[in-house]
Design a protein around this ligand. Structure first.
Ligand code: ZN
Length: 350
């Protein structure tokens, strides 16, 4: 569609109001310090932080690994089905308030099974929260099981086998955690098995890692979307491939800033990727840790990069629906709602 002209001063309002999908959110990364402390108390878990403020002030990351260390400490309070339910419920409520119509939510079973929490407990709590949120908040959602890439492929294969009885409760698999030194091809066998099972496939690639990791995520793992992928800009042939095949990138601006991929948001290359014809989307990654949910990502990025326009906002939201794994009729309905939102803003210019 021809995107209506909308004055720059109304952009923040538009970015918040527009319907959108979130495709890159780690549910364990939505755990706010307040909820971490509440769950610690409920479960009698001792935390290595005195209070909420002490924990929040520890969120001064220098790279991906320094973040992951705190992230795994936070997840230690999750023990019972109710804990996973409460965590997902809090995220879905927050996302619905940001006009997220659909969320595809990553979860890391190995973070929990390694602590003795059965995968059935993890999935039951998360799945029930998704079902309830659809009814009560009108937000659609689905779960994507992620393998931790710093662990072995055998561990991932065992995790997949354990998850198979729960196959109807997740739509796909992903690959996350420490990227550098753990290239996608390390997980070739487990992804091949998932493909046979008809699961959707995504992987983190090109966040801190080189463009070669994006190539192997596509060619070896055969993923349908790339999570992050911002390093693609270093490789012209890769950029062409991503554009030609409309392979979506789930970009997370505030995460990139906090983990110093782009220490200054003004230098973020999202606009460059978008202008090159890539199916870019905006997402929050680990919102509790990186200082913002999806609307904060949109608003702060657009403020930092004045070249971004209402037309870009439209494409980013449109891409998020298009790149989702939702059924086609649902995508059409959401895209219609997006168009209606922009027309409403155009009509109220005076
Ligand atoms: Zn991520």
């Amino acid at each position: 569609m021809k995107v209506p002209v909308i004055p720059t001063k109304r952009l923040p309002e538009l970015l918040r109001a527009m319907p959108k999908a979130e495709l890159h959110i780690h549910i364990e990364g939505s755990l706010e310090p307040e909820l971490i402390f509440a769950l610690a108390e409920r479960n009698g878990v001792q935390l290595p932080y005195a209070d909420v403020e002490a924990l929040r002030s520890a969120y001064a990351f220098t790279d991906l690994q320094s973040f992951l260390d705190i992230y795994y400490a936070g997840a230690s309070v999750l023990l019972k089905e109710e804990d996973f339910y409460d965590m997902a419920r809090a995220y879905l409520k927050r996302a619905a308030a940001d006009n997220v119509l659909h969320a595809e939510i990553f979860f890391d079973p190995q973070t929990h099974t390694a602590r003795g929490v059965p995968i059935e407990v993890v999935v039951a709590g998360l799945h029930r929260a998704c079902v309830d949120a659809e009814v009560e908040l009108g937000i659609s959602s689905a779960l994507i099981l992620c393998f931790l890439r710093h662990l072995s492929e055998d561990d991932a294969l065992q995790t997949l086998e354990a998850a198979l009885p729960l196959r109807d409760k997740f739509i796909g698999v992903g690959l996350d955690s420490s990227e550098v030194g753990h290239p996608p091809e390390k997980f070739a066998r487990v992804f091949a098995r998932c493909r046979e099972l008809g699961l959707h496939l995504v992987a983190h690639a090109g966040e801190e890692g080189p463009p070669a990791y994006i190539w192997s995520a596509l060619d070896v793992l055969k993923v349908e979307r790339i999570d992050h992928g911002v390093q693609a800009a270093q490789d012209a042939a890769l950029m062409q491939r991503l554009a030609d095949e409309r392979i979506a990138l789930t970009v997370c601006p505030l995460s990139n800033q906090k983990l110093r991929v782009f220490p200054d948001l003004a230098d973020h290359n999202l606009k460059q990727l978008l202008d090159a014809g890539l199916a870019v989307t905006v997402n929050s990654d680990d919102p509790a840790y990186f200082g913002g949910y999806i609307n904060d990502n949109f608003v702060q990025l657009f403020e930092a990069v004045p070249a971004l326009t209402a037309k870009d906002a439209y494409h980013l939201a449109f891409n998020s629906f298009e790149a989702s794994f939702a059924p086609q009729p649902a995508k059409h309905a959401w895209e219609h709602a997006l168009k209606a939102c922009f027309e409403r803003f155009a009509d109220h210019q005076g």
